[in-house]
Design a protein around this ligand. Structure first.
Ligand code: ADP
Ligand code: MG
Length: 330
């Protein structure tokens, strides 16, 4: 296959709000605004940003659980919007999702074995022997003992339940998994185990991940590239290495400065950001970050900064740090 595995082009999602009757333009939540990125086979692309910046909406758009207001999603060159029902089934087979809260995403009345073999049984009938064989195989893949297949989710720990969620996602041998805050509910030590499991699985199978998290420490551990989001837009997209060594967007810089990173050699920057994240119903004009930005200039209040490609290959949307005149990222 040539070209990226997953291609996201100018994706927009506005959720309508009630109460538009007396307004000419009904109010909308601008959850995702003009987001473009690619994911290559075998790669982990992280999406990071504060709560409410649009991360889960992107996950839902990728899975076509909601329809976009604009833009397109292509998997292996095929536009998700053009798929009929059968093709969409096949799409969901190749693109699976792992959720934050394994407990609420696992049917409490099914055994672990039934949970992880259910996706396969939607495509083919399994007899008991086949089902148990498949369940044991999937449990082994995620580091769980085969005996667990007879237990209910309530009889498992948080880490075991998340492994189960991963086993279920793996059952159809997808080429990409969308993981939305997949380790956020877990203790730090369990988080590290799950992240290492995902990285081992990637090495073994060449699976790609879109890994969504609000936690920069987690992103630094698992990511190849990172997209930093602020109020529905990507403000910086770079390799993990470049982003953490040398953040360019003032928001990225502030996020990294605020993150408790256990690295004594890193100089802790003074926290740059004050104030709350504005509402995506009425985002600030120009650059949405301008009211909180220490580098703000007049232009930032008026024009939305485009995502500009930098010489080192990253892309940054900032009038001050990435002035236009360079090639635009698309
Ligand atoms: P994140 O996952 O980064 O926390 P979300 O994608 O869940 O962000 O939400 C982005 C914005 O869209 C938030 O302001 C949220 O309140 C809003 N939002 C999400 N889903 C809906 C919905 N179904 N209807 C209206 N607004 C929504
Ligand atoms: Mg979310």
């Amino acid at each position: 296959m040539s070209g990226p595995l997953l291609q996201v082009e100018k994706l927009v999602k506005h959720y309508p709000l009630g109460g538009g009757i007396f307004n000419k333009v009904p109010p909308v939540v601008r959850a995702v605004e003009d987001v473009s990125f690619t994911v290559n086979a075998g790669e982990t692309l992280c999406i990071v940003g504060e709560s409410g910046c649009g991360k889960s909406t992107i996950a839902r758009l990728l899975m076509r659980l909601v329809d976009p207001t604009g833009g397109r999603v292509l998997l292996e060159g095929n536009d998700i919007a053009s798929l009929n029902k059968n093709e969409l089934r096949d799409w969901r087979r190749r693109m699976q999702m792992v959720f934050q809260d394994p407990y609420s995403s696992l049917n409490p009345r099914l055994t672990a074995g039934q949970i992880i073999t259910e996706p396969v049984e939607n495509f083919e009938r399994l007899n008991r022997r086949k089902r148990e064989y498949l369940a044991a195989e999937l449990l082994r893949k995620v580091g769980l003992a085969p005996e667990i297949m007879h237990r209910l989710p309530s009889e498992l720990s948080g880490g075991q339940r998340q492994r189960l969620g991963i086993a279920r996602a793996l059952s159809l041998k997808p080429s990409i998994i969308i993981a939305d805050e997949a380790v956020s509910a877990l203790d730090v030590s369990v988080q590290a185990q799950i992240l290492n499991l995902l990285m081992d699985l990637q090495e073994e199978t060449g699976i790609a991940f879109v890994f969504i998290s609000h936690d920069l420490g987690v992103v630094e551990h698992i990511g190849h590239r990172v997209a930093v989001m602020y109020l529905g837009r990507i403000v910086e997209l770079a390799t993990c290495e470049a982003l953490f060594a040398n953040p360019i967007h003032p928001y990225t810089e502030a996020l990294i400065a605020a993150a408790p990173i256990p690295d004594p050699t890193r100089v802790q920057l003074e926290a740059l950001v004050e104030g709350e994240v504005p509402s995506p119903v009425s985002p600030p004009s120009g650059c949405a970050f301008h009211p909180r930005c220490p580098l703000v200039q007049d232009r930032c209040r008026v024009d939305v900064p485009p995502l500009v490609s930098m010489p080192d290959g990253r892309a940054v949307a900032c009038h001050v740090r990435a002035p236009a005149g360079k090639i635009e990222h698309n």
